[in-house]
Design a protein around this ligand. Structure first.
Ligand SMILES: Nc1nc2c(ncn2[C@@H]2O[C@H](COP(=O)(O)OP(=O)(O)OP(=O)(O)O)[C@@H](O)[C@H]2O)c(=O)[nH]1
Ligand SMILES: [Mg+2]
Length: 457
C-alpha cells in the first residue's frame, strides 16, 4: 500500500525552452493524468501498458484545449520514484506549463516540494542516500572530474564499498555476539589474530576513503586561488586566459586592477575559484591602496597562490617583498611574458619556490604545465584513476565517526577488554557507516538533504 499523496511539479527549468516536462508521481498518477489528458487514440492512461508514450491534448476542466503533448506512462515499481508516474511533455512556454500544472493540481495532485521525487525514490528503496545525494552533485557538476565522480556515486560504487565494510563489521559482531551469549562455547578468543586482522583491515579501508575527502572537497567546491604579483606582470591577462573571456581590464598601465575580480574557472577538470588581485606596491593613491590591502587579505584566505613575475622587467624589491609574504602558502610561480623576454636571474625564485613555470598569458605557453602542477600539488591526478572518493562533508563526518569507533574497538581488543565494550564500538562504526547510505539517519537529516534539491527533482 502506498501511504503517500500524489505529487506533481514542473521538472524542467523555469523559462522558455523546446519542451517542458510536468512529472506526476503517486498512486493516483494515472487517474489524475486521465482527468487532464485526452489521448488521440481515445485510450485511457489507466489502460495503457507501462513504459509507453501517447500523443494527445491537455484539456482544462472547462473543456479548453491548453496544449498538444506527449504523455509518458511508467508504472510502479520500475520508475524513478518507485511509484506510478506520468510525465507530460508540453511545449516549452512557461505560462502554458504553469497553466497545465494548475489543472493537474486541480485534478487532485499536490505540489511536490524540493527534491520530493528523489526523496520518495529513497523512501521507496529505489536508491540509497549516498546515491540520491549524487543526483544533486551531478546536476551541480562544473567539471569533468566532478561529473565522473558523481556518476560513479550515482551508479552505487561508493554505496557498494560502504555496504561491504558494514557487512564485514556485521560479520565481526556476529562473532562477538556468540562470545557474549555463549561464553562457554569453544570459540576463538577475542585477541585472535584473524579478528584483529579483519578489524584493522576494515579500519584501513575506511581511512583510505577518508583520506580522499580533502581532494574530494576541493574537486567539489573548487580551490580558492589568488593570482598575486606586482603591477603590470600579467595577472589580469592570466585570469582572462583561464576564464576564456575578457573578464578583467588589461592595459600596460601599472595599477590597472584596483578591485579584486573573482571568477570560477575549470582547469583540466578541476575547479579554481580564482581571484585576480590588484598589483601589490607602495602607493599614494587612496583607491589603489585599498586594493593592495585586499590583495594581501586574499593571500591569507587562499589555498593556492599563483605568483606572477615578469620575465621582461625582472625581479625587483617589490617582488621580493611579495615573495616574503607568501611563506607558508602553497604557491606556484609563473615567469610570465616568456614570449617576449627571458628572465635574467631566476635564483631568487628558485630559492623561494618549489614550482616555477615559464609562462606566457599571450601565447598560452606553460598552461598545460600549470594544470599538471596544480593537480600534483593537490594530489588530484592520483584521484582521477580512483573513483572511490569522498566529496560530501556529511560522508566525511560519518567516516570520521566510524574511524574513531574502529580505533577504540582495536584498542579494546588489544587490551583484552570485555566483549560487550568491543560490541558497542563496532556497533557505533556500523551505525556511522550506515549514515552514509541512509540506513541509520534521522528523518530530520533526510529532510535537510532533500531540501537542498530543486523542485521537480
Ligand atoms: N608579451 C606579453 N605581454 C603580456 C603578457 N601578459 C600580459 N602582457 C601585457 O602586460 C601588460 C599588463 O598586463 P595585465 O594583465 O594588465 O597586468 P596586471 O598584472 O593585471 O597589472 P595590474 O592590474 O596593474 O596589477 C598588458 O599590456 C598585457 O598585454 C604576456 O604573456 N606576454
Ligand atoms: Mg590587473
Amino acid at each position: 500500500m502506498n501511504i503517500f499523496s500524489t505529487i506533481a511539479a514542473i521538472s524542467t527549468p523555469y523559462g522558455t525552452g523546446g519542451i517542458s516536462i510536468i512529472r506526476i508521481s503517486g498512486s493516483r498518477a494515472l487517474e489524475i493524468a486521465d482527468k487532464v489528458f485526452k489521448a488521440s487514440s481515445k485510450k485511457k492512461i489507466a489502460d495503457v501498458p507501462s513504459h509507453t508514450i501517447h500523443h494527445g491534448h491537455i484539456v482544462s476542466a472547462e473543456g479548453k484545449v491548453l496544449d498538444e503533448v506527449l504523455a509518458s506512462v511508467m508504472l510502479s515499481p520500475r520508475t524513478y520514484t518507485g511509484e506510478d508516474t506520468v510525465e507530460l511533455n508540453c511545449h516549452g512556454g512557461l505560462f502554458t506549463t504553469k497553466r497545465i500544472l494548475e489543472e493537474v493540481l486541480k485534478a487532485g495532485a499536490e505540489n511536490a516540494s524540493r527534491g520530493e521525487f528523489t526523496k520518495r525514490a529513497f523512501l521507496n528503496g529505489k536508491t540509497d542516500l549516498a546515491r540520491a545525494e549524487a543526483v544533486i552533485d551531478l546536476i551541480n557538476s562544473k567539471t569533468n572530474l566532478e561529473q565522473s565522480i558523481s556518476v560513479n556515486h550515482l551508479g552505487g560504487r561508493l554505496s557498494k564499498k560502504i555496504n561491504s565494510l558494514r557487512e564485514r563489521l556485521l560479520g565481526l559482531i556476529a562473532h562477538v555476539q556468540v562470545l557474549i551469549d555463549y561464553p562457554d562455547e569453544e570459540l576463538e578468543p577475542l585477541s585472535d589474530d584473524e579478528f584483529m586482522k579483519e578489524l584493522s583491515s576494515i579500519k584501513l579501508e575506511a581511512s583510505k576513503l577518508l583520506a580522499t575527502s580533502e581532494a574530494g572537497s576541493l574537486i567539489k567546491n573548487g580551490i580558492k586561488t589568488a593570482i598575486v604579483g606586482k603591477p603590470n606582470v600579467g595577472k589580469s591577462s592570466l585570469l582572462n586566459l583561464l576564464s576564456g573571456e575578457e573578464k578583467a581590464i588589461v592595459t600596460d598601465i601599472e595599477g590597472t586592477t584596483r578591485d579584486a575580480i573573482e571568477e570560477c574557472v575549470s582547469l583540466g577538470g578541476i575547479s579554481l575559484n580564482l581571484v585576480d588581485t590588484a598589483g601589490i606596491r607602495e602607493t599614494e593613491d587612496k583607491i589603489e591602496a585599498i586594493g593592495v590591502k585586499k590583495s594581501k587579505e586574499y593571500i591569507e584566505k587562499s589555498k593556492l597562490i599563483i605568483f606572477v613575475a615578469d620575465a621582461a622587467s625582472g625581479i625587483d624589491e617589490n617582488d621580493i617583498e611579495i615573495i616574503e609574504s607568501l611563506k607558508d602558502k602553497k604557491c606556484v610561480a609563473l615567469i610570465n611574458k616568456c614570449d617576449k623576454a627571458k628572465l635574467k636571474d631566476e635564483s631568487i625564485l628558485k630559492e623561494n619556490f618549489d614550482r616555477i613555470i615559464h609562462f606566457s598569458a599571450k601565447t598560452s605557453e606553460g598552461l598545460d604545465k600549470l594544470e599538471q602542477t596544480i593537480k600534483e600539488m593537490f594530489e588530484i591526478g592520483e584521484i582521477e584513476n580512483n573513483s572511490d572518493i569522498i566529496t560530501n562533508a556529511r560522508h566525511k563526518d560519518a567516516l570520521i565517526k566510524a574511524q574513531a569507533a574502529l580505533s577504540s574497538a582495536i584498542e579494546s581488543a588489544q587490551m583484552g577488554i570485555s566483549a560487550d565494550t568491543l560490541f558497542i564500538d563496532i556497533e557505533d562504526a556500523i551505525s556511522a557507516l550506515g549514515e552514509i547510505v541512509g540506513l541509520t539517519v534521522s528523518e530530520e537529516v533526510v529532510d535537510r538533504i532533500f531540501h537542498s534539491f530543486c523542485v521537480g527533482k
